[in-house]
Design a protein around this ligand. Structure first.
Ligand code: PEP
Length: 254
């Protein structure tokens, strides 16, 4: 991690936790993170539990994000959720382009090109997920895939707002598989993503936070977070338990 960028540890609950389970979790996590400083801790929560989690974490250092957002402020889009619906709840930000959205629900780079600026304009911090499939990596297409994803998604973001976007590099073959990227693969891909941001603005590239995601656990977090271009972690499975999520937060503090 670089001392000039504030690290972020984000937990993505995916489709887990009812309101009651979310409240129990928050009660377990808050005392464990009460003295966290110099670090952002984010929880990406299912829509139905957002209000409860925002309310029970108010005044704490936890930032509460949604897991997706539609680009339009309102309209005939059955089942979707818009930025004003999230900001009304005092939600701080949203994941965008998570690979499970891309893989199972048809999320496209074209839609992300509208979603990222729409989130920023509404006052929501976007956390943009990018990453290659195993086939793309084996075919030597990792850089081409990342270039396409990053360039499309950031194309309509005003240069002076680029640093407000957090990017999570998540190789799809490492998500939920236990197969974490090697330190070399993670550092190389994240440095490449930073170089892509430099294509928009060199200063922004030095300031933008880029996280690693994919089977991060308390046991492997410290060595990943020690890499120079990695500014934190997006954690799925290991964020579901407050003790293991807190252990990853501790790895980022030390
Ligand atoms: C994720 O959901 O973004 C993720 C990285 O999941 P996991 O940590 O379970 O691989």
């Amino acid at each position: 991690m670089s001392s000039s960028r504030t690290p972020v540890i984000a937990g993505n609950w995916k489709m887990h936790k009812t309101i009651a389970q979310a409240e129990e979790y928050v009660a377990g996590l808050l005392p464990r993170v009460a003295d966290v400083e110099g670090l952002e801790v984010v929880l990406c929560v299912p829509y139905t539990a957002l209000q409860a989690v925002v309310d029970s974490t108010r005044g704490s250092q936890l930032a509460i994000y949604a897991q997706n957002m539609h680009e339009a402020p309102s309209g005939a889009y059955t089942g979707e959720i818009s930025a004003p619906m999230l900001t009304e709840l005092d939600v701080h930000g949203t994941l965008l382009g998570h690979s499970e959205r891309r893989q199972y629900f048809g999320e496209t780079d074209r839609a992300l090109q509208l979603k990222v600026p729409a989130a920023l304009e509404a006052g929501l911090a976007p956390m943009l997920c990018v990453g290659e499939t195993e086939e793309q990596r084996l075919a030597g297409d990792t850089e081409r895939t990342l270039r396409h994803q990053v360039q499309e998604a950031l194309e309509k973001v005003a240069v002076d707002r680029l640093t407000e976007v957090t990017i999570a590099y998540e190789p799809i073959w490492a998500i939920g598989t236990g197969q974490v990227a090697t330190l070399e693969q993670a550092q190389e891909a994240i440095a490449f993503v930073r170089a892509l941001v430099a294509g928009f603005d060199k200063d922004a590239a030095q300031q933008v936070r880029i996280l690693y995601g994919g089977s991060v656990k308390p046991e492997n977090a410290a060595e990943l977070l020690a890499l120079p271009d990695i500014d934190g972690a997006l954690v799925g499975g290991a964020s579901l338990d407050p003790a293991s999520f807190a252990a990853i937060i501790d790895a980022a503090r030390s």
